[in-house]
Write a protein that binds this ligand. Structure first.
Ligand SMILES: NC(=O)C1=CN([C@@H]2O[C@H](COP(=O)(O)OP(=O)(O)OC[C@H]3O[C@@H](n4cnc5c(N)ncnc54)[C@H](OP(=O)(O)O)[C@@H]3O)[C@@H](O)[C@H]2O)C=CC1
Ligand SMILES: O=C(O)C1=N[C@H](C(=O)O)C[C@H](O)C1
Length: 247
């Protein structure tokens, strides 16, 4: 039986995660943690084996460190990570002998969209990413868009694809988007939307669109439960759910 502590339990995602863990036959929800709680103390006292974090880009690293310090495996859905923060968590996980999964997106449609976009990217002259979210989101661009752009850039580099064509001479307002590893990323914040992403790939006379839409937070729950079930099987830090899906 996995004994799970949920960090950010009162949040939009945390509420769903608590419900999903409570509904899983092989899991027990042993702690609900929020801002102001002594994470390490509560996690230890509750006898947790695993912690899940859905909090804020400003707090996720410290929370992961506290959970590792309390001796549990950690699954993180919070976005806004830097390469330096990944390195610090990788080191802490190795020192603690525990495993960590940090995944920018737990929805199968989004994980596959990232894979499909990377697979297609070397075959097109142009690629741009448009992510569209609810306006309560704290970070832009989304963690998913950053991971998508990095995957596209890596695939193009491995294939020896040339730089993306763009003859823009002036863009004082930054309307050509932010460049993530050279790939333009555009962020839309619109009431009524939840979480969508489109990757536009263009060649002379043709376009491919890879699109994922999450309409409800329930879409992330199978991935979060899978992450909890599998994280201990993978040593150290894993970034992205794709490894756990055999992708
Ligand atoms: N990987 C994925 O598949 C997904 C990732 N996300 C990411 O998850 C994160 C959370 O999103 P969402 O649930 O919408 O955000 P919310 O703002 O709804 O929830 C965040 C929660 O974290 C709590 N919190 C803040 N600081 C701390 C802290 N130091 N310790 C413990 N709890 C704290 C907040 O409490 P309070 O309000 O009291 O400050 C709040 O309850 C975001 O980074 C988002 O991008 C979202 C969806 C899917
Ligand atoms: O904040 C959200 O809501 C989401 N955040 C994640 C991200 O930044 O990619 C995943 C999903 O898009 C929902």
């Amino acid at each position: 039986m996995l004994k799970v502590a949920v960090i950010g339990a009162k949040g939009r995602m945390g509420t769903y995660v608590c419900e999903a863990v409570e509904g899983a036959e092989d899991m027990e929800l042993v702690a609900r943690l929020d801002a102001g709680d002594d994470l390490a103390e509560v996690i230890k006292t509750a006898g947790a084996t695993h912690a899940v974090d859905f909090t804020t880009p400003q707090t996720a690293e410290a929370n992961a460190m506290a959970a590792l310090g309390a001796g549990v495996h950690v699954v993180v859905g919070t976005t806004g990570w830097t390469e330096e923060a990944y390195a610090r968590v990788r080191e802490a996980a190795a020192a603690a002998g525990k495993s960590v999964l940090i995944a920018p997106n737990f929805a199968i449609s989004a994980v596959l969209a990232m894979k499909f976009a990377a697979a297609a990217a070397p075959y097109f002259e142009s690629v741009e990413v448009i992510e569209m979210h609810h306006p309560d989101k704290l970070d832009a661009p989304s963690g998913t868009a950053i991971a998508t752009a990095k995957g596209i850039a890596a695939a193009r580099e491995a294939a020896g694809a040339p730089a993306l064509p763009d003859n823009t001479q002036t863009d004082e307002l930054g309307t050509r988007g932010g460049k993530v590893t050279g790939v333009p990323v555009h962020a839309v914040r619109l009431r009524g939307l939840y979480a969508s992403e489109e990757v536009l790939l263009g060649n002379p006379g043709e376009q491919l669109v890879v699109r994922t839409d999450c309409f409800d937070r329930v879409s992330f729950m199978p991935g979060v439960l899978l992450g909890l079930r599998k994280v201990a099987d993978y040593q150290g830090l894993t970034i992205g759910l794709d490894a756990f899906l055999g992708l």
